[in-house]
Design a protein around this ligand. Structure first.
Ligand code: NDP
Length: 323
């Protein structure tokens, strides 16, 4: 089975009916091919932003981790786990070719003793994004102040914890009191605020100005935070979820003169750097230095609603579906 997007959800939040489950016949494998049965499928913000301008119908793209159940490729033998960008499908016939969207070749995840679901979370694309976006672009120094938005989510929750390990003071903004409590009491953030119920400017007056801002949301919230940067601050533009599906999306943010602002994609770093990031994250997770939060929903049928729930902020940490 796979999901096909039937109706373009450009200007509104996606609905369950925009997606259709289509049965697929699994063909006999050719040389070089292998069959993967999905175990965890990812829902991510780019499923909305990349929907913009795309002609329907299209197969819903996305990362998943699954097990090889049949193989005619000796590099991908039966029983190993594989991460691939093969979309919302329960069975995928794959080759060693990279996917056209991210140029990612199906690969064996290295989750060690940790849950395999983390291969598409803290030890996958979101983890790599958090680690390399923060360390390479913001490059926070000890005693600096780091601010992150969507701080209770997959990327943001890791960014804040990594910044704490670097000896920084960390400020997080998130959309619920539950997330704020988790950031303060479980993940070690110094300050956390509910941006929906707090005057953000006043909150930042109470924390002091910021050296590094890791922007996951764009829009008004980012604008206010950019007004509270220190001289020579650094801003990593990771995403702008508050603007996805809106006309204002393309409006660029402006940083104060002495502040370095850089947009990035996790794909800009080569595989060696990405693997080093994963290895560091795994060490930290195994030693308990950081925590990987996940919201796991059960059932292939729940994929569209899980995407919608994530876009509305109902997830804590990485949103994934167990199939
Ligand atoms: P999250 O786990 O953070 O989930 C998305 C969260 O966005 C929601 O839980 C919600 O949290 C928040 N949100 C939704 N609408 C708004 C809004 N209007 N204003 C503020 N926050 C909102 O997702 P990810 O960690 O996977 O992704 C975070 C960001 O990173 C996204 O912008 C994404 O596009 C980007 N990204 C970029 C990558 C890159 O290579 N540059 C790679 C991966 C992700 P809340 O309750 O706080 O509102």
């Amino acid at each position: 089975r796979k999901y096909v997007v039937r109706k373009a959800f450009k200007d509104y939040l996606p609905e369950r009916n925009d997606f259709e489950i289509v049965d697929e016949v699994i063909p006999a494998l050719n040389d070089g091919e292998f069959l993967v049965k999905a175990e965890y499928i990812s829902v991510d913000p780019y499923m909305r932003s990349f929907a913009d301008g795309r002609d329907v119908p299209y197969d819903q793209f996305g990362f998943q981790v699954g097990k090889v159940v049949d193989s005619r490729n000796s590099h991908y033998p039966a029983d190993i786990h594989v991460v691939s960008h093969s979309g919302w499908r329960d069975f995928s016939v794959l080759t060693a070719e990279p996917d056209p969207m991210f140029n990612v070749t199906p690969y064996r995840p290295h989750t060690g003793s940790l849950p395999i679901s983390l291969a598409i979370g803290a030890l996958g694309m979101p983890g790599i994004t958090a680690y390399l976006g923060l360390t390479e672009i913001c490059d926070p120094k000890e005693n600096e102040t780091v601010c992150v938005t969507s701080a209770g989510g997959a990327v943001g929750s890791l960014v804040g914890q990594i910044a704490k390990l670097k000896g920084c003071t960390v400020i997080g903004f998130a959309g619920s009191d539950h997330k704020v409590n988790m950031l303060l009491n479980e993940l070690g953030f110094d300050y956390a605020f509910n941006y929906k119920t707090t005057n953000v400017k006043e909150a930042l007056n109470s924390t002091g100005n910021i050296d590094c801002y890791f922007d996951n949301v764009g829009g008004e919230l980012a604008k206010i935070i950019l007004g509270n940067m220190k001289e020579h601050g650094r801003v990593a533009i990771c995403g702008s979820i508050s603007t996805y599906g809106k006309k204002s999306r393309r409006k660029a943010l402006k940083a104060p003169v002495s502040v370095k602002m850089e947009a990035f994609s996790f794909t800009q770093w080569d595989i060696t750097k990405q693997q080093a990031a994963v290895s560091q994250l795994r060490d930290w997770l195994e030693s308990g230095a950081i925590k990987a939060k996940e919201t796991i929903t059960n059932g292939f049928e729940e994929l569209p609603d899980t995407l919608l729930a994530m876009l509305k902020g109902e997830n804590v940490g990485k949103a994934v579906v167990k199939v």
